[in-house]
Design a protein around this ligand. Sequence first.
Ligand SMILES: NC(=O)c1ccc[n+]([C@@H]2O[C@H](COP(=O)([O-])OP(=O)(O)OC[C@H]3O[C@@H](n4cnc5c(N)ncnc54)[C@H](O)[C@@H]3O)[C@@H](O)[C@H]2O)c1
Length: 312
Amino acid sequence: MKTALVAGGAGFIGSFLCELLLEKGYKVFAIDNLVTGKRENIEDLLKNRNFNWIEHDITAPLHMNVSCDEIYNLASPASPVDFEKMPDFILKTSAVGHLNLLNWAKIHSAKILLASTSEVYGDPLEHPQNESYYGNVNCVGIRGCYDEGKRFAEALSMAYKRRYGVNIRIARIFNTYGPRMRPEDGRVIPNFFTQSLNGQPLTIYGDGKQTRSLCYVTDLVQGLFSLMQSEIETPTNVGNPDEYTILDIGKNVSLACGVEFRTKSFPLPENDPKQRRPDISKAQRELEWQPKVSLREGLASTLEFFKRSQNK
Ligand SMILES: NC(=O)c1ccc[n+]([C@@H]2O[C@H](COP(=O)([O-])OP(=O)(O)OC[C@H]3O[C@@H](n4cnc5c(N)ncnc54)[C@H](O)[C@@H]3O)[C@@H](O)[C@H]2O)c1
């Protein structure tokens, strides 16, 4: 039986990844300090005897006497509200936290995957974004803590590969959505669902013509698993290339909720990316992976989750 450690396992994406790994027959250790994750995300998994839960902050060294085949590092606050609340902790998690996990991977000869982000491309001047693009990031802007933290973590992964031969993977994840997102986390999908279900107009920043490409979470975690099983040790985009304007996303959410599409405009936040679409030809070619869930299907399952959360 293979063993996987999932840092950030009680988070939105992490909890889906733990589920997938258990389905694949892994013994799973989920590590999380619950700074943005929730215990209820893994409540069902706690009944599985192959699932082990460890409450721990990865910025502290990990003393765990188990061998491990694969480490997935998804631990990091990732929402715009977090960038304002805990910028220094985000940087520390990407730097010291990832360093601790890389050292652990080195000791255990484990493979280690970093959940990086499309934010390493910043407000991109190339479209769509291919892995060879170096990005356009404002390191001193409000999003700098997250973007530069992930860029540092990518560089650290490459340093450990070159210097110590650690077996690394770097997934550049694009906007992902689905059940278990925090309703209050400030990202477009939770915002639009919460507002639609409460009869409020949808918040549109700027003219709403900026674009996002949304990947449903079950597709995303399949992509992360395939990348871990591959031999690719260079950054790889994982996301859904179907691109929508924010206004289109709002219309689709309103339609899913059966409410009238109404909006309220606010100024565009600093350094908000205007266009986002992954070039996933590398993942398609080398992992034989591509997303399968349509926006309509994904929004329907997400709606059920937000309705249940409202009734709690
Ligand atoms: N959701 C997206 O659209 C998206 C896009 C690109 C990249 N990512 C990356 O994927 C990962 C998961 O994102 P998510 O959307 O599931 O966010 P999330 O906040 O739901 O999950 C992150 C988890 O990490 C935990 N965590 C944070 N700092 C920690 C620390 N120091 N020690 C231990 N645990 C810690 C949190 O408690 C949380 O459970 C993040 O690394 C994020 O940067 C997400």
